[in-house]
Design a protein around this ligand. Structure first.
Ligand code: NAD
Length: 297
């Protein structure tokens, strides 16, 4: 396939390379024009601007820092919109904004150009190995048509819903990863300051229910999605006891634990609702109440 690829940075660089390896014909562009050299040596062509990269391409891909760059590369004066042919597809691989992707989708639609949002996860290592998770939003038939192309860059390519849904999924994913790091930082500083070696702590966390990934494989699909908080696997009153003991330990060792303290307040609120004998996932219902939405399949 003829592909215009814009943004040859840490992620875009290896993704473009994998597309070349899969036999696609690339026209590359990056504001840092020196980055194109490695691709020219592998048979790609270079364009001076996004419009040039889009001309004659069946698929145009961008991997750019964020929504501002994506908007200007897509819609700017020498943007993709001025080069892409009718029926071409523009897909953005960056982590951006659902609102911006919907704006671009609407503007491109007037010219008969299709748009997908297709942010990726898996880091530079995943981009190099072609093992990225790619979360795609937009027309479903188009997604199926282009899936084999995406599979040159990632081995987990999934359809998320209408335009913008890929980006929403990516933001949810990153929010979990980023916030979890903070909780893990609290937990490990507590564990180490209270006297356990980091390697021993890691082994304990890896081997336990959390480390086995039960939150994703059991709790979400079996409890939350089904709304089954009454079948008790681990009672909320016991979870509240454990978190209370952990924050007590943190006070003893002078370890600040902001995230744990907030979670403890939520557990207390859930207990005050009389949910002590429900499953310890029950506080999920408090957040559902605050957010005005239920997470059910
Ligand atoms: P990067 O800064 O290494 O690459 C971005 C590239 O875009 C650069 O080469 C830059 O020169 C180019 N660029 C910027 N503005 C441009 C413009 N107007 N026209 C043409 N080229 C332009 O960033 P990255 O780490 O490759 O990340 C790219 C996207 O992927 C980001 O949205 C990021 O959030 C996301 N992401 C990154 C990772 C990661 O681990 N690095 C993982 C998943 C997703």
């Amino acid at each position: 396939m003829r592909i215009g690829f814009i943004g040859l940075g840490n992620m875009g660089g290896p993704m473009a390379l994998n597309l070349i390896k899969a036999g696609h014909a690339l026209v590359v562009h990056d504001v840092r024009s020196e980055l194109a050299k490695a691709y020219l040596e592998r048979g790609a062509k270079a364009a001076d601007n996004p419009r040039g990269a889009a001309q004659g391409a069946e698929l145009i891909l961008t991997s750019l820092p964020g929504p501002a760059e994506v908007e200007s590369v897509a819609l700017g004066e020498r943007g993709v919109i001025h080069g892409a042919a009718k029926n071409a597809v523009y897909a953005d691989l960056s982590t951006g904004s659902p609102r911006v992707m919907r704006t671009i989708h609407a503007a491109f639609k007037e010219k008969g150009i299709h748009v997908l949002d297709a942010p990726v996860s898996g880091g530079v290592w995943g981009a190099q190995r072609g093992t990225l998770q790619i979360m795609v939003g937009g027309d479903e038939a188009l997604f199926h048509h282009l899936k084999p192309v995406f599979e040159a860059m990632g081995d987990k390519v999934a359809y998320m819903g209408e335009i913008g849904c890929g980006t929403i999924a990516k933001l949810v994913h990153n929010m979990i990863g980023i916030c979890t790091r903070q909780v893990v930082a609290e937990a490990f500083t507590l564990g180490v300051k209270a006297g356990v070696r980091p390697e021993a702590l890691l082994a304990a966390v890896k081997g336990g229910a959390f480390g086995q990934g039960l939150l994703l494989t059991q709790v979400l699909p079996e409890i939350v999605f089904k709304g089954d908080f009454d079948t008790v696997r681990f009672a909320l009153r016991l979870a509240r006891k454990d978190l209370g003991l952990a924050t007590e330990l943190a006070r003893e060792f002078n370890v600040p634990m902001e995230m744990a303290a907030l979670a403890e307040q939520t557990l207390i609120e859930a207990l005050a609702r009389g949910w002590g004998d429900k499953d310890f996932s029950a506080p999920f219902m408090l957040q559902e109440e605050r957010a005005g939405v239920k997470v059910r399949t």
